[in-house]
Design a protein around this ligand. Structure first.
Ligand SMILES: [Cu+2]
Length: 154
């Protein structure tokens, strides 16, 4: 399309000055050249920006990759406290595991047994305990004695 337009401009051209055509033709050609130049600059910038972004993101990805340790392994098993219930009610862990109780309720709770006692856990707070001995540990919330749970340590 563009080449054909250019061709038609050239066809008109010989009547007036060399090659560039009438004033109207010159104007159109200038606009057209301006458009092409603008487009070239925009595409060029986009291309350079893309390359720069690509290389910088690549170097960013390469940089910290050497140092970042796996964080998933350290996340403890979790028991939620919600609607005056422990969830799950019964949970099984391995000897040496850390268990975390998270108070997702609007009131305070405790995690209390003969072997451990969290004290008051305010709403939004959590408490962790490491189980070093195998056995079954039943526990309650001292504020709500109907709230019961069981930890089985293998
Ligand atoms: Cu409670």
């Amino acid at each position: 399309m563009k080449q054909r337009d250019n061709g038609s401009v050239k066809v008109i051209a010989p009547r007036q000055q060399k090659g560039t055509g009438s004033r109207a033709g010159q104007g159109t050609l200038r606009l057209w050249l301006l458009g092409v130049c603008g487009l070239t600059i925009i595409i060029g910038c986009a291309f350079l920006a893309h390359r720069a972004w690509g290389s910088s993101s690549r170097s960013l990805a390469n940089g910290p990759a050497k140092v970042v340790p796996p964080t998933v392994a350290s996340a403890p098993a979790q028991v939620s406290m919600l609607n005056l219930q422990f969830s799950p009610v019964t949970i099984e862990v391995k000897k040496g595991d850390v268990l975390e109780w998270k108070n997702d309720d609007l009131v305070s709770h405790t995690v209390t047994s003969a072997a451990f006692d969290s004290g008051t856990i305010a709403p939004g707070k959590s408490w962790r305990h490491t189980f070093t001995k195998p056995g079954d540990f039943s526990y309650v919330c001292t504020f709500h004695p109907q709230m019961k749970g069981l930890v089985i340590v293998k």
